[in-house]
Design a protein around this ligand. Structure first.
Ligand code: BES
Ligand code: MN
Ligand code: ZN
Length: 498
């Protein structure tokens, strides 16, 4: 990310140059401390400019005063914090992103003193994280750089805070998360010719430099393990499949690990049940679950999380081919259960069936959470605002829901149960891989559940949130890196030794 900010934290003091950012409520007055720093003339100027611009101090609104009289800065940028209700639930990452979208100089200083709102060191660090995520763009394949710089690249962003040391410390952990989100975004954005199963596995392997142990299973190893469902999907591609297993051991030696599993279909044509052409290019993002797991492992390892964590991703390409699997085929999974293929486009569940089983069998984890761009149906239910959450465990579901509220990566619990499970019964095998349109996300989740024994498990259907979701203040691009912040938060809040 070439255009990120250089972030600094400093103690409150006079600001002489660049952009100066201050906050006001609906009364258009900055806090007493900021008013004192600016002087009465500048406070008056804000009120006058607000009247001229019809700026009301509403939450998420902003006003710029260019070369403000009486101050030596280039611009005074005034951000509204709204009324009491708005102040009660500020999303600091989004607020940081908003600010990043307003500044355009070489230097900008944000005076972190909000009217009647406490800004903890954690919140300040979240703002810096949000500002950095806002700056992300994926332009690796644009050979012609923009003629004139759009003025939005680089620069220094300084946060003027009460306790710079505390914020610096909190931001160190956020920087790890930031890199994890950006890694996930990059992986999803990469074109599918560049990122096949093997190349993706190599990106996972690169985490060894952070102290992550990585193992790669190739087709031969998977065959030996009996991963017939994953291999059935992979067999239509000349590129073969891979499973990458990443282990971060930051917890106590005998502590059971927590586990994250990702769908990594590097390109989903649908296979023999081929998809329509329009929009098929988006299916390069069908590995967003795997990208999130790699990004999360990167974040946890670089902030040296005090937890034992396993990340496992199933990497395949779903292609139509002379050797591709057919509707009607029956595959035998690693668990021994058989699956009748009804639709070769319902491939993600086949991949996950084997990887979930493998992880549960080998690692006996405390819990397993899988992430997958699994069904179009989840967008029919939840648009691109929430990820679908399916779980066999209320505590895990509640913790995920809380982490979702805290990070803005929201999840909504969806049903599992015998009704849905019955719908995937097959005439010829133990189950079938597609039950048609009705309840499509729940029947997909039900198939996954057949590969999960007693371990607490949650499945996140991220088909809507991982890519092409509506722009926010911290994400202006196609891929969002969804899930890295959510799961980092879950780990931080509940699964780290203190
Ligand atoms: N990768 C797709 C789901 C998807 C669709 C993700 C759109 C992101 C955006 C998945 O493999 C798929 O094709 N699912 C089918 C299942 C059906 C054949 C039972 C679907 O949702 O149509
Ligand atoms: Mn598919
Ligand atoms: Zn898919």
């Amino acid at each position: 990310m070439a255009d990120s900010f250089k972030i600094d934290f400093q103690a409150h003091g006079k600001v002489e140059s660049g952009d100066l950012i201050v906050f006001v409520g609906e009364n258009l007055k900055p806090t007493a401390a900021v008013a004192k720093q600016l002087g009465p003339k500048a406070v008056d100027l804000i009120a006058k400019a607000a009247a001229a611009e019809s700026f009301k101090g509403k939450a998420k609104s902003a006003m710029s005063i260019v070369v403000p009289t009486g101050l030596s800065v280039d611009r005074l940028i005034v951000i509204g914090t709204g009324g009491e209700k708005d102040r009660a639930n500020v999303d600091f990452a989004q607020l940081g992103g908003l600010i990043a979208g307003k500044v355009n100089g070489k230097l900008a200083t944000v005076v972190l003193d909000l009217p009647e709102t406490e800004v903890s060191p954690e919140a300040a660090a979240d703002m810096a994280l949000g500002a950095q995520l806002r700056r992300y763009s994926f332009d690796r394949y644009k050979t012609k750089k923009k003629d004139e710089d759009d003025g939005k690249g680089g620069g220094r962003l300084v946060f003027s805070v009460a306790d710079p040391a505390a914020v610096k410390k909190a931001y160190k952990a956020r920087e790890a998360v930031q890199q994890g989100v950006i890694l996930a975004r990059d992986l999803v954005n990469e074109p599918p010719n560049v990122l096949g199963p093997q190349e993706f596995a190599a990106r996972a392997q690169a985490l060894t430099k952070l102290g992550v142990e990585v193992e790669i299973l190739d087709d031969k190893a998977m065959k030996k393990l009996g991963m017939g469902a994953l291999l059935g999907v992979a067999q239509g591609s000349v590129r073969g499949g891979r499973v990458a297993i990443m282990r971060w051991n930051g917890g106590k030696a005998n502590d059971k690990p927590i586990a994250f599993v990702g769908k990594g279909v590097v390109f989903d044509t649908g296979g023999i049940s081929i998809k329509p052409g329009a929009g098929m290019e988006d299916m390069k993002g069908d590995m967003a679950g795997a990208a999130c797991v790699v990004g999360l492992m990167h974040a946890l390892a670089s902030r040296k999380a005090k937890a034992n964590v396993v990340g496992a991703i199933g990497l395949v390409e779903n292609m139509p081919d002379g050797n591709a699997q057919r509707p009607g085929d029956i595959v035998t999974t690693m668990s021994g259960q058989t699956i009748e293929i009804i639709n070769t486009d319902a491939e993600g569940r086949l991949v996950l069936a084997d990887v979930l089983w493998y992880v549960q069998d080998r690692f006996k984890p405390k819990f397993m959470i899988d992430l997958a761009t699994l069904t179009g149906a989840i967008m029919v239910a939840l648009a691109q605002e929430y990820a679908g959450l399916f779980s066999n465990n209320d505590e895990l579901a509640e913790r995920l829901t809380a982490a979702g509220k805290a990070t803005g990566e929201r999840v909504w619990r969806m049903p599992l149960g015998p009704e849905f499970d019955k719908m995937i019964e097959s005439k010829f095998a133990d189950m079938k891989n597609s039950a048609g349109r009705f309840g499509g996300s729940s029947t997909a989740a039900s198939l996954l559940q057949r590969f999960v024994n007693d371990v607490p498990w949650a499945h996140l259907d991220i088909a809507g949130t991982a890519m092409g979701s509506p722009a926010t203040e911290i994400n202006k691009g196609w891929s969002s890196g969804w899930g890295v912040r959510l799961l980092d938060r879950l780990v931080r809040d509940h699964y780290e030794a203190r």
